[in-house]
Design a binder for this molecule. Sequence first.
Ligand SMILES: [Zn+2]
Length: 72
Amino acid sequence: MVRSVPGPAATKTYRCPGCVQEIRPGVPHVVAWPADVRGDLTDRRHWHPGCWRAREQRRPAIERSRSAPRHG
Ligand SMILES: [Zn+2]
């Protein structure tokens, strides 16, 4: 699951797993969490929109060769 968070809704500082930089309060960003984990919203990840898109587009051949489950 992926949701966009508008700036005013962001009230905390998060750590973007894409660039390992902080996402300041008030900054619009993207929240993603494993869709198959029900009722556990503590595993949400907060991304910069640019970092999230880069993650989606970047599909290394190494990752494609093995069918390991994605790490949420
Ligand atoms: Zn980032």
